[in-house]
Design a protein around this ligand. Structure first.
Ligand code: CP
Length: 312
């Protein structure tokens, strides 16, 4: 499973910003070898037998939480689910104390989702076990970025040279940031599209082209990754009207007519149907949305496997 040019040496997976292109390829290639496991009648390999993985989620999740749990089970690890709700966090216990107490029970990997940017990095410096970032505020969501890269590579056979538009609520999006780091490292051109209130020019310093008019680029891109409008994080001044947002930035059937014939449509989920994407497009022939979810399982198996099999 090792990649030819570089070995995996990271105990933690915290983001794509600091991974090299080769390290990203190692994860994608490892995921490729794990994807086949889910097609077997007995969907299990013993790669993490005897290991314990704990999902520590301080924010709600459907896809990430379920697929990390399932990924750990397919690798034969024991899995524990920890939720903030019902825990001693309500009595004032800190994230670090919570994690250290869980670790004291003999944990090998903590998968952490937290509303604060930098929470996974902080945790990785406070515990002895591996930490995998399952989304930290608006900072990074590395396994979502990796599963998006995997899905694009599977669809086109390459990433280099593709033009990828990431559209909508960019400023609040950890998915946008992880995609941007990963896609640019692997040689894609990334075009960020959204209203100035949700897409500051400062994203240009991260290597993206910043565009405030969707029509300017809609006909030239190979991939359109629509982001969820994160109403829970948006200030009213950033988002005057849902109707105006959908009119200018929503992926509708009418707008799809101006796309390339083989354009690939993605969305990390959960979707606001009828706001950033119409149901016709989300469920239509160009959509890779459920394929992303399927691939997320293999990518998360790869992430758990790699952080617990670190080469020195
Ligand atoms: N894409 C994603 O992170 O979805 P969940 O919030 O449901 O995990």
């Amino acid at each position: 499973m090792a990649h030819k040019t570089q070995r995996w040496t990271r105990k933690h997976l915290l983001g794509l910003e600091h991974l090299s292109a080769d390290e990203i390829r190692i994860v994608l290639d490892t995921a490729n070898s794990f994807k086949e496991v889910s097609t077997r009648s007995v969907k299990k390999v013993p790669a993490l037998r005897g290991h314990v993985v704990v999902n520590v989620f301080f924010e709600d999740s459907t896809r990430t939480r379920t697929s990390f749990g399932l990924a750990a089970q397919r690798l034969s690890a024991d899995v524990i689910d920890f939720s903030e709700k019902g825990s001693s966090v309500s009595k004032g216990e800190t994230l670090i104390d919570t994690a250290r107490n869980i670790e004291a029970m003999g944990i090998d990997i903590i998968v952490l989702r937290h509303p604060a940017a930098g929470a996974a990095d902080l945790l990785s410096r406070s515990v002895k076990c591996s930490v995998v970032n399952a989304g930290d505020g608006a900072h990074e969501h590395p396994t979502q970025g990796l599963l998006d890269l995997y899905t694009i590579r599977e669809r086109f056979g390459k990433i280099e040279g593709l033009k990828v538009a990431i559209v909508g609520d960019i400023v609040n999006s950890r998915v946008a940031r992880s995609n941007l780091w990963g896609l640019t490292k692997l040689g894609a051109e990334v075009i960020l599209v959204g209203p100035p209130t949700l897409l500051p020019r400062s994203f240009e310093t991260m290597g993206a082209r910043v565009v405030h008019n969707f029509e300017e680029v809609i006909g030239e891109v190979d991939v359109i990754n629509m982001l969820r409008v994160q109403f829970e994080r948006i200030k009213s001044s950033q988002f005057p009207s849902v109707r105006e947002f959908t009119h200018l930035f929503g992926l509708t059937s009418e707008r799809m007519q101006r796309c390339k014939k083989d354009v690939f449509v993605m969305h990390p989920g959960p979707m606001n149907r009828g706001i950033e994407i119409s149901s016709q497009i989300a469920d239509g022939p160009h959509s890779g949305i459920l394929t992303q979810v399927t691939n997320g399982l293999a990518v998360r198996m790869a992430a758990l496997y790699l952080v617990s099999h670190v080469s020195s």
